[in-house]
Write a protein that binds this ligand. Structure first.
Ligand SMILES: [Zn+2]
Length: 116
């Protein structure tokens, strides 16, 4: 945490680009955030991929089973950064939210986050 804060102080938030078609599971594994149906943005503690489904465990101990769909509600919300509030129980640190807000999704630019 201290390290992250030092980095933040020395350089402004760097913009990150991800492809719009990035795999949802890879994206969640990277940003560790999940917008629930009620609009709470949760911090993800673990993601267990089981075929085309994944089990997300949040820091507030909620479990979500999600499917790897690019067109799902959550995938859209994640890309558009739609959420009503940040879950108070997950205690998502500010630097993580800053990193998320500086992440952009482009059709032709950025990482696809595939593991080769
Ligand atoms: Zn939560």
């Amino acid at each position: 945490m201290a390290l992250e804060e030092n980095k933040k102080a020395s350089a402004p938030a760097k913009k990150r680009f991800y492809r719009k078609r990035v795999k949802l599971f890879n994206l969640i594994d990277k940003i560790k955030l999940w917008p629930s149906r009620t609009g709470s943005l949760h911090g993800i503690r673990t993601i267990e991929v089981m075929g085309d489904k994944a089990r997300l465990t949040t820091h507030c101990n909620k479990v979500f089973i999600i499917s790897n769909s690019l067109n799902s509600r959550a995938a859209r919300w994640l890309r558009n950064k739609w959420f009503v509030r940040v879950c108070p129980d997950c205690r998502v640190p500010d630097w993580k939210l800053e990193k998320y807000s500086s992440t952009l999704f482009r059709r032709h630019q950025g990482s696809t986050l595939t593991n080769g």
